[in-house]
Design a protein. Structure first.
Length: 238
């Protein structure tokens, strides 16, 4: 009985003094893809991450705010139906409307492997990022690198206008300033609806977990993701 009581006290102590943070918000996304020629596509991905609720955690006020603006144009080379390569420059602005904002400029290279299983698709992608994150104290952009691996699954429902999309993405900080090597994990599940031949609307739940300091405290960001997906061809196949 004494051991059980001691364990209970320890658990309650850890929970009470935990520095983990939980936020709830909304993630609107525009994801636009177009065909340049038979082998090359472009993609434009724009999003903003909104913390939707005011919170007081351990006496600290966390107001509802825009956490992050994200602009990502990329070029995709289709090596084969199962393999493609991508190259991108990404601009990210954290706390975009607050005085403590800071910018990040990022270049990344990616390879994706696609596998068809009946009417479903299993995807694997590996992305290497070169990051230049603004340090406003000394007015510099120190260099760091990060590796991301994502595994995803997409399958249609019986009504083929609707589909299920899910993925998990692992983030590994390789070089530069970092709180942990395994620094983030993003897990998503959502449902989409095909609107005609060129558009889709997808709604789902995205859970972002990030190591936020050297003490390995975590930030949990629970997001309702709404994504508008469009596909246009500048050049039609002959």
């Amino acid at each position: 009985m004494k051991k059980i009581l001691l364990i209970s006290i320890i658990l309650n102590f850890n929970i009470s003094f935990s520095q983990n943070l939980k936020f709830y918000g909304f993630l609107p996304i525009l994801n636009q893809t177009g065909k340049i020629n038979k082998k090359t596509n472009y993609n434009l991905f724009i999003s903003t991450t909104l913390d939707s609720f005011n919170q007081n955690i351990n006496g600290i006020e966390y107001p509802a705010t825009d956490l992050q603006f994200y602009l990502q144009p990329s070029i995709i080379y289709i090596f084969s139906p199962k393999i493609n390569y991508s190259l991108s420059y990404t601009y990210q602005r954290n706390n975009p409307f607050n005085e403590n904002y800071f910018n990040e400029h990022r270049i990344w290279e990616q390879i994706a492997f696609l596998y068809n299983i009946a009417n479903s698709r299993l995807s694997n992608r590996l992305r290497l990022e070169e990051r230049f994150i603004e340090n406003k104290i000394n007015n510099s952009y120190p260099f760091s690198t990060r590796l991301r691996y994502q595994i995803g699954f997409n399958t249609p429902f019986k009504n083929k206008d609707f589909y299920l999309n899910t993925y998990n993405e692992f983030y590994f900080s390789l070089t530069g300033a970092k709180n942990a090597t395994y620094s983030e994990n993003w897990a998503y599940i959502g449902c989409g609806y095909k609107i005609g031949k060129t558009s889709q609307l997808e709604v789902g739940y995205l859970n972002q977990i990030a190591v936020r300091n050297k003490q390995k405290d975590l930030r949990f960001l629970n997001l309702l993701q709404i994504m508008w997906i469009t596909n246009f061809n500048f050049k039609k196949n002959n």
